[in-house]
Ligand binder design. Structure first.
Ligand code: SIN
Ligand code: CO
Length: 372
């Protein structure tokens, strides 16, 4: 785009208000067409659906599809998680990596015929809507002005709203919508939309995770104690001090290193299928492959994460992986790349530790050498 300042975006728009980023992708070219999208919608591993307005009612037909006879009325075909299988889709998400990997969810791609869309609705998560081929009109309303209805099994919509944004997106334009802002996109021409989706854990998910974490712990858990108890006026009262101390017990439970490691493992979960090498590789083989000019390729869609207070570990796809690199900032930079070559770290003093970390990741099936 002509000018996009991610700091300005994060400061003024992210989670705050919607905005249009005109020509975020200049001279945009689709890496997929509707026929290839239909092919993906036939695959059982991807979540796909047709949403249509047909014979005066909304309907959702869940994939995978053997044929597309259900493309009737005003229909859209939507395929979720395309970044898991299409490298270009994973690459598109990288343009939004001013938001960290752990917050990213997936890339959904939709194709809509003129007049079609999924109707006015509200999403719980932030989304960047990238316009591919065709033109599409988007309307966005203010938050908290609508009520949700289930208009068909699996389809939540809201009543129409007064838009504060009413725009036409052209190929390469992006519309950012924070959670809770109603929106409605209707294709003007046969249209592809790429939705870069995010995730944000809910409190209940986190507390559920806390419970699971403790169920798995071998160590004796801390128990409530009250050695300085004061005499109360009646036995009925739970004092504020008691409830405060009970809450503190929960907080303390989250302050251990084990808890942080489990939390990071959880945040790295992507349910990707690693592709392990036929035979285990050694550090010297990795080095020699690099020296021959081979490039190490990250598994499509993989988004590894690290944390400054758990710096001896990296977290990939729900697994925690120990490493011995001392320059964590450098390792994090390498992990953010889709493809790594020797030139990326050859002069680094911790080269052998870097090699060793990537040998481990290769053996786990998260990286593999490719010929460029
Ligand atoms: C679509 O691609 O049709 C829907 C995307 C969205 O509204 O989040
Ligand atoms: Co939406």
């Amino acid at each position: 785009m002509t000018h996009f300042d991610s700091n300005e975006f994060l400061g003024n728009y992210w989670q705050q208000k919607p905005c249009i980023l005109r020509q975020f992708f200049p001279q945009f070219e689709d890496f997929i067409d509707e026929h290839e999208l239909a092919g993906l919608a036939m695959e059982a591993e991807l979540d796909s659906r047709i949403v249509r307005f047909h014979k005066q009612s909304w309907q959702v037909i869940q994939g995978p599809f053997d044929d597309f006879d259900q493309c009737k009325g005003l229909w859209s075909l939507l395929v979720q998680g395309v970044d898991r299988v299409v490298p270009d889709a994973a690459e598109m998400m990288e343009h939004f990596n001013f938001v960290p990997y752990w917050r990213m969810d997936d890339l959904m791609i939709s194709f809509a015929i003129p007049g079609a869309g999924v109707g006015p609705h509200v999403d719980q998560y932030d989304v960047f809507l990238v316009q591919g081929k065709g033109r599409r009109r988007w309307r966005v309303g203010p938050p908290d002005c609508t009520t949700e209805h289930i208009t068909a099994p699996g389809l939540r919509q809201v009543d129409d709203f007064t838009p504060i944004i009413d725009c036409e997106l052209l190929p390469g334009d992006v519309l950012y919508i924070p959670p809770g802002w109603p929106h409605d996109g209707k294709a003007i021409e046969p249209s592809l939309t790429y939705s870069v989706g995010f995730r944000a854990p809910e409190q209940a998910q986190l507390t559920g995770f806390l419970a699971e974490h403790f169920a798995d712990q071998a160590s004796v858990p801390l128990r409530f104690s009250d050695p300085k108890r004061k005499n109360g006026s009646t036995p009925v009262w739970v004092t504020s001090e008691d409830s405060h101390n009970l809450k503190q017990l929960i907080i303390q439970a989250t302050e251990t290193q084990d808890f942080l490691l489990s939390l990071l493992t959880l945040l790295s979960e992507q349910s990707l299928e690693p592709e392990s090498p036929e035979a285990t590789v050694t550090d010297s083989q990795t080095l020699s492959d690099f020296e021959q000019g081979l490039m190490l390729d990250r598994l499509t869609g993989l988004r590894p994460i690290m944390h400054p207070e758990a710096a001896d570990w990296l977290f990939v796809n729900g697994e925690k992986v120990p490493h011995s690199c001392s320059d964590n900032a450098f390792l994090a930079q390498l992990l953010a790349k889709n493809v790594i070559g020797l030139a990326d770290f050859n002069s680094h003093p911790g080269k052998l530790d870097i090699i060793s970390a990537f040998t481990t990741l290769t053996n786990m099936g998260y990286y593999q050498f490719i010929c460029e």
